[in-house]
Ligand binder design. Structure first.
Ligand SMILES: Cc1cc2nc3c(=O)[nH]c(=O)nc-3n(C[C@H](O)[C@H](O)[C@H](O)COP(=O)(O)OP(=O)(O)OC[C@H]3O[C@@H](n4cnc5c(N)ncnc54)[C@H](O)[C@@H]3O)c2cc1C
Length: 392
């Protein structure tokens, strides 16, 4: 196996660095979780969401069938370096500092080829039976063969590392202040003792256009005194310039296979539309692709089409439901009411965090028994009764 990588490791990647339970499971299955523990990353066991009414709900992460009851925060400069080292240990040849440019057409009897550009301007060709495009949402390689529009970003997100952020250590924090909708803000604590927090905002591109605003304006507002997060950020300072990166949160637009080329992760539009989580799906789709390729080597290239089916089976319904849920929660009174409801019922709150962490399918919300419980008169009365807004 040959890996072509544009950057040289360790390299930074604009990300919230949240390694949520599904991603922890994937890393565990690869035998890498222990490395995180040995490197001093601590387990974070709760999520906290502040709704548009200023109230907050904090809930522990519940252990599910195959996912643990904790997350990590790991800077991508470290996480991805660790992954590349693991790939090398397993025998892959990783060529860094080269840009995959495009796939050469496969002719009868010949193998597929990928042209690669070195830093000195020279090119070379790597021959392969199957190619996996894992070049992310800005990847020029995927753009060379995917139909126009498949990788058009519809969300943009920005993060900065900040020191001096207060009282965030025990949870991953999400903020749904009205001016941040239909996006959200986050503060993720440093993953190791003394590490800076990861602070960011994400927003759909059409919403920014409608408001005639840039994402940096939204971020400045988030850091300012009017946002609920201000309580955590009063003494904080940015230690690394804020950086933005595009995302495609439209599963239906994505293509998972073009002939013998499979796409994985962001190149396949596999970012959860509700949470923006993508690390787990990049790892999971990589594994499904590896499986499909092994089958194709035994049974012939036709079975590669099973990859698309397996990806659809694994993600399509959850993503479409997640997309619908995100739209609904973008309405301030809806998320305000939901947060209030959850803040008064620990079991419901833990279930909701399961949906946010993608360990419970959003479709679970359609269960009639859940609604019978939510609409119980005593609970409704409590929800409609206002409480004082959360601080921070
Ligand atoms: C601001 C922000 C915050 C986020 N926060 C989180 C979070 O907290 N948790 C989470 O799970 N997800 C988060 N995500 C999503 C997550 O970052 C992505 O889903 C994840 O990185 C996808 O991994 P990937 O391997 O598909 O792509 P990438 O991580 O983008 O990796 C693509 C790789 O391909 C290389 N490359 C690109 N083009 C070429 C080329 N032509 N030739 C060779 N190499 C190339 C790049 O250098 C890069 O190393 C966030 C995203 C953003 C933008």
């Amino acid at each position: 196996m040959v890996v072509l990588e544009r950057a040289t490791f360790p390299r930074s990647k604009v990300c919230g660095d949240g390694v949520a339970p599904r991603a922890v499971r994937a890393l565990h299955d690869m035998g890498l979780e222990q490395e995180l523990e040995q490197a001093g990353y601590r387990r974070i066991r709760a999520f906290r969401v502040v709704g548009s009414w200023g109230e907050a709900v904090k809930a522990g992460i519940r252990r599910r069938n195959c996912t643990p009851d904790y997350a990590y925060v790991v800077p991508r400069s470290h996480l991805d370096d660790m992954l590349v080292a693991a790939v090398r240990r397993r025998g892959a040849r990783v060529i860094e500092g080269v840009r995959a440019q495009g796939a050469l057409t496969q002719t009868r009897g010949s193998r597929l080829g990928v042209t690669a550009l070195k830093a000195d301007g020279s090119t070379f060709v790597v021959k392969a039976r199957v190619v996996v495009a894992a070049d992310g949402s800005r990847g020029s390689f995927s753009r060379s063969f995917l139909p126009r529009g498949a990788l058009t970003p519809n969300v943009i997100a920005l993060r900065a590392y900040m020191a001096g952020v207060e009282e965030v250590d025990d949870a991953l924090h999400f903020f749904l202040d009205k001016p941040l909708l239909p996006g959200y803000g986050w503060i993720f604590p440093g993953g190791r003792r003394g590490a800076p927090a990861n602070v960011g905002v994400g927003m759909p591109v059409p919403a920014l256009r409608r408001r005639n605003m840039g994402l940096r304006d939204v971020f400045s507002w988030f850091l300012g005194p009017e946002s609920v997060a201000a309580a955590h950020l009063a003494r904080a300072r940015i230690i690394d310039p804020p950086q933005a990166f595009p995302l495609q949160l439209r599963y239906v637009r994505g293509r998972r296979r073009v002939g013998p080329i499979l796409t994985v992760g962001d190149a396949a539009n596999l970012i959860n539309p509700l949470s923006g989580e993508g690390i787990a799906y990049a790892l999971e789709s990589g594994r499904i692709a590896a499986d499909a390729i092994m089958h194709a080597f035994v049974s012939g290239p036709r079975v590669l089409s099973s990859y698309e089916r397996r990806i659809d089976k694994a993600f399509a319904v959850d993503y479409l439901e997640g997309y619908a849920l995100r739209r609904i929660l973008s309405v301030p009174w809806v998320n305000g009411g939901v947060v209030r409801l959850l803040s008064r019922d620990e079991r419901l709150a833990m279930g909701a965090m399961g949906i946010l962490t993608n360990t419970i399918p959003p479709g679970r919300l359609l269960q009639p028994s859940l609604w019978t419980a939510i609409l119980a008169p005593s609970r409704l009365r409590a929800t409609l009764h206002r409480v004082r807004p959360a601080r921070g």
